[in-house]
Design a protein around this ligand. Structure first.
Ligand code: SAH
Length: 337
């Protein structure tokens, strides 16, 4: 709920509007029920009857001893599990959140998609991951990346509602410029997103330099090929003025050759007229797949740079806690069998 929606609920109970503000500020700290000490008992009781709060429950937390990264396994109201990762950067604390339970995009290298999608997360469940992580760490989260389990643009309406809630001044007030949405490339949704007026950072998981290579690892490419995707990205930039960054997971013998780097630079320059930024991700090996991580990460990066593409290698955080997406949820599912 936005504050406005809560105010309507409070008004419908015949209570003064300022109570909504009080309650909202408790909710944003993850507190509910009798602990809301400045809310009269009769209103607390009424609220228990007409509303319920659904915060994700921490089932497990893994703490990295290397860099302060914390990985959460959260249980939702219906028993389904999702993951979030808290990371410390110089520019502030970042939470990587999930947008769906599972995923139906089928990328061959990704653990989150192995058993398909179970359901979408509600805007409240996306927000809840931040509220609970913030309360648990007692630290402010200033940046959010939607790079956990799920494809945010496959859960479009809830993602948009979440982005408006999380950035609202009366809410967690996390600036949209501090939020990244990552997508495997749903072109129709990228076009819709360009019209929402949300100055987020859009990241596209490209992972390939031509259709043949991309078809082999990302089924979505059969629906929206690389040319349609990159021209939608250029269109997004023209409409919003926001540059898109490209993620590229390097997989041995699939997409990591020198000729691949040259082809990638060429296709990016063909469509993207601002200097494209490519974030290279060494593959996190998933044991259910036979794919292995590339040995050519630095060579690939240097080649892109020599061709005028701005390329960086993603820093690895939480290496000791298996912090890449989808793996903890799978482990939990197996324990339950
Ligand atoms: N569905 C969205 C967001 C979730 S995945 C998307 O596709 O962008 C976040 C990023 O992690 C994506 O770039 C995804 O391709 C990448 N990724 C998934 N599995 C990975 C793995 N095993 N190793 C490295 N990166 C991976």
């Amino acid at each position: 709920m936005s504050l406005g929606e809560l105010e309507e609920l409070i008004a419908s109970l015949g209570e003064p509007k300022f109570r909504a503000k009080q309650i909202y500020s408790w909710l944003l700290r993850g507190v509910w029920g009798d602990a809301m000490s400045n809310v009269p008992k009769r209103l607390r009781e009424r609220l228990e009857e007409v509303a319920e709060i659904r915060l994700p429950k921490i089932v497990k937390r893994l703490d990295s001893s290397l860099d302060g990264t914390k990985k959460y396994l959260f249980e939702l109201i219906d028993g389904e599990c999702i993951e979030s990762v808290f990371m410390k950067y110089e520019h502030g604390n970042t939470l990587c959140i999930s947008s769906q339970v599972g995923c139906r995009m089928g990328c061959k290298f990704c653990a989150s998609t192995l058993d398909g999608r179970v359901r979408d997360l509600t805007p409240g469940e996306m927000l809840g991951q931040i509220i609970v992580a913030q309360a648990d760490t007692a630290e402010r989260i200033s940046n959010v990346v939607m790079m956990g389990i799920g494809e945010p643009l496959d859960n479009y309406d809830n993602t948009i509602k979440f982005l408006r809630l999380v950035s609202s001044e009366q809410g967690l007030n996390i600036g949209l410029r501090h939020i990244s949405v990552s997508s495997c490339g749903l072109v129709d949704k990228i076009e819709m997103l360009a019209d929402e007026g949300l100055p987020i950072t859009l990241s596209i998981s490209l992972h390939a330099y031509d259709n043949e290579t991309r078809d082999a690892i990302m089924p979505i490419n059969k629906r929206f090929g690389i040319d349609a995707l990159l021209s939608a990205c250029q269109g997004y930039f023209e409409k919003t003025g926001r540059r898109i960054s490209f993620e590229y997971t390097l997989i041995a013998d699939k997409n990591d050759t020198e000729a691949g780097a040259i082809a990638l630079a060429k296709v990016l320059k063909k469509y993207i007229r601002s200097t494209p930024h490519v974030n290279l991700i060494p593959l996190n090996e998933v044991k259910e797949t036979s794919l292995s991580t590339s040995k050519n990460v630095n060579k690939f990066k240097d080649k892109l740079i020599s061709l005028g593409i701005n390329a960086t290698v993603r820093r690895r955080l939480g290496a000791d806690i298996n912090a890449s997406c989808g793996q903890l949820r799978r482990q939990k599912q197996k324990e339950n069998l």
